[in-house]
Design a binder for this molecule. Structure first.
Ligand code: ASP
Length: 587
């Protein structure tokens, strides 16, 4: 399958079964070593692997030269077998070498040693970096993920539809990239944060089941799991309940995972947002480890200890004795660091209690607690001698956030380390918090999520309590994606916009193109989108999505290879009706 006019085999596929065959191979010189006076070894590399070729010493090839070798596969002499190489029992002898292209010495070794090289250099020479086994593998894992998803979606009746990249600005929450219009100076297209509006319109159009592996763009600070542009499996379905969506998306995720690992992934668990917050303190829980938050408010309901008395919420986490064996004695720095961290996240303070033998405890607050309280606390936390208990008393949001952060800081394994723990988090709140300026609630996700039918009565009285039919998929503590059942009733959509402080006139002006179609018979519908980069990174055993993207941006949002973003000529700006402001003063 891989043979061409120039080669018969791939380097990495040769085994004992090929001994005696004459083969032609093409690739790059990975290494050349002298072998006595007359001969040299050339390790020849293509994407499939490396094979050793024995060539005449006078053949002038250097690292990364592109060559074609024709020779006979033979067994390596006894004692020279390389068990670390899949082709390590054979070599190519009687070689004819044709130099197809010479190469300058590469800026870094094109093998695993490049992992030690500064990432900026790797990205500057990304085309060489991708020649390496790690990147070759990662891009192939990515392609496996894409093809498995496509196959699965299509076998479930989803139709691939492409949607525009140039579109109006939309209210989906992220900062958009804008593209100035040449024909209408002063007007802009936005690049899609996601195909959200298009896919909902396709439901109005009767497409029924849509999917797309779509490029999405968001102008947000970059991190290990975030790039300006990223790929999502984007899907939408008509006449469905939440379960239909979860089932179909779940199938695509399972198919992708199986295609990469060859194994059936574990069942995707399911918890509500409220349960996730109460047990893990975060809405993207990493369920690979315990250390769950424990409710302690009842333990201290009658306490004399001022910092606990009357607190809306008191919660604790138990840190196993093995984690900080000497936390209370020599480990004060550790406890101070944990307290600082807790304060940075928003706590007024952090209480620590080190459990000793026979129900004794050591803690700066031990003297303020009754024996009963200490006993109930140790029981509630299921604490053993040597364990450390960390407690926060505050409002519910803060106790969750602080202890959720500490739990992750202390216990969370790197994201790409097994086992895999997939979980659906359902019933997200429709609104989160209130805008400090306008006083209106802020949307939890985007404003098209359907409120939970049981909560519509709370709309006018207690909007922050309204749950949405909105759900996320989380893998090992990374949010893979989100989705929801959408509002298909124009009147309800208006009510949500109004609650968000968007008047009917403004809604019509900004999203009329989206709202009007809903008057022409919008079916009930819902959908989901998940990040291909994130799923691929975890399946490929990588901690950073840059490792599974051919040409990513650096953390600071630049491309060291092309130097983008770059200034443009004033004439180009003028054509777009733009003039630059002086750069902002740096302090
Ligand atoms: N468009 C949403 C997002 O990109 C996903 C969805 O609701 O389908 O987060």
């Amino acid at each position: 399958m891989n043979s061409t006019a120039m080669r018969t085999h791939m380097c990495g596929e040769l085994r004992d079964a090929h001994i005696g065959s004459t083969v032609s191979l093409c690739g790059w010189v990975a290494r050349r070593r002298e072998h006595g006076e007359k001969l040299a070894f050339v390790d020849l590399r293509d994407h499939s692997g490396i094979v050793q070729c024995v060539v005449d010493n006078d053949v002038d090839v250097r690292s990364e030269y592109v060559i074609r070798v024709t020779g006979v596969v033979r067994a390596r002499p006894e004692g020279t077998v390389n068990a670390n190489l899949p082709t390590g029992t054979v070599e190519i002898g009687d070689c004819q070498v044709e130099v197809l292209n010479i190469a300058e010495p590469p800026p870094f070794p094109v093998d695993q040693r490049a992992d030690e090289v500064d990432e900026g250099i790797r990205l500057r020479y990304r085309y060489l970096d991708i020649r390496r086994e790690r990147m070759q593998k990662n891009l192939r894992v990515r392609a496996l993920v894409n093809s498995a998803i496509r196959r699965e979606m299509e076998s479930n009746g989803f139709l691939e539809v492409e949607t525009p990249l140039l579109m109006p600005s939309t209210p989906e929450g992220a900062r958009e990239f804008l593209v100035p219009s040449r024909k209408e100076p002063g007007s802009f297209f936005a690049l899609p944060q996601s195909p959200q509006l298009w896919k909902q319109l396709l439901m109005v159009s009767g497409i029924d089941r849509y999917y797309q592996i779509a490029k999405c763009l968001r102008d947000e600070d970059l991190r290990a799991d975030r790039q300006y542009e990223f790929m999502q499996l984007d899907a939408e379905m008509s006449f469905v309940s939440q379960d239909d969506v979860l089932e179909n998306i779940g199938r695509a995720v399972v198919a992708a995972a199986k295609a990469v690992t060859g194994e059936e992934p574990p069942t995707i668990q399911r918890i509500t947002w409220l349960e996730a917050m109460n047990r893990f303190g975060v809405d993207k829980p990493d369920m690979r480890f315990g250390m769950e938050l424990v409710e302690l408010t009842h333990v201290f309901s009658g306490t004399e200890f001022k910092a606990f008395a009357g607190a809306e919420s008191i919660k604790g986490i138990r840190v196993d004795a093995k984690v900080y064996p000497d936390a209370a004695a020599s480990g004060r720095n550790k406890l101070d660091a944990l307290t600082d961290r807790a304060k940075k996240v928003g706590a007024k303070g952090l209480v620590w209690i080190k459990v000793g033998p026979d129900g004794t405890v050591e803690s700066p607050i031990a003297k303020f607690l009754s024996e009963d309280e200490i006993r109930s606390l140790v029981t509630a936390m299921e604490a053993q001698s040597g364990d450390l208990v960390l407690i926060v008393a505050d409002n519910w949001d803060t106790t969750c956030e602080v202890l959720g952060t500490l739990r992750n800081d202390i216990g969370r394994p790197p994201v790409h380390e097994g086992p895999y723990a997939y979980v659906w988090v359902t019933e997200f709140p429709l609104f989160v918090g209130v805008d400090p300026v306008s006083g209106t609630p802020r949307p939890g996700h985007h404003p098209f999520c359907h409120p939970h039918p049981d909560d519509i009565s709370l709309f006018d009285t207690d909007p922050l309590k309204v749950r949405a039919l909105a759900y996320d998929l989380v893998l090992n503590g990374w949010e893979l994606g989100s989705g929801s059942i959408r509002i298909h009733e124009p009147e309800l959509q208006r009510r949500v916009f109004n609650l968000l402080g968007i008047s009917d006139e403004e809604a019509d002006k900004r999203f009329g193109f989206f709202l009007q179609p809903f008057r022409y018979g919008a079916p009930p519908h819902g959908g989901f989108a998940f990040g291909i980069d994130r799923l691929t990174a975890i399946l490929a055993g990588e901690e950073n999505i840059r490792e599974v993207i051919a040409f990513p941006k650096t953390q600071s949002g630049a491309d060291p290879m092309t130097s983008a973003p770059t200034p443009v000529e004033n004439s180009h700006l003028a054509e777009l009706g733009l003039r630059l402001l002086p750069p902002p003063a740096t302090s």
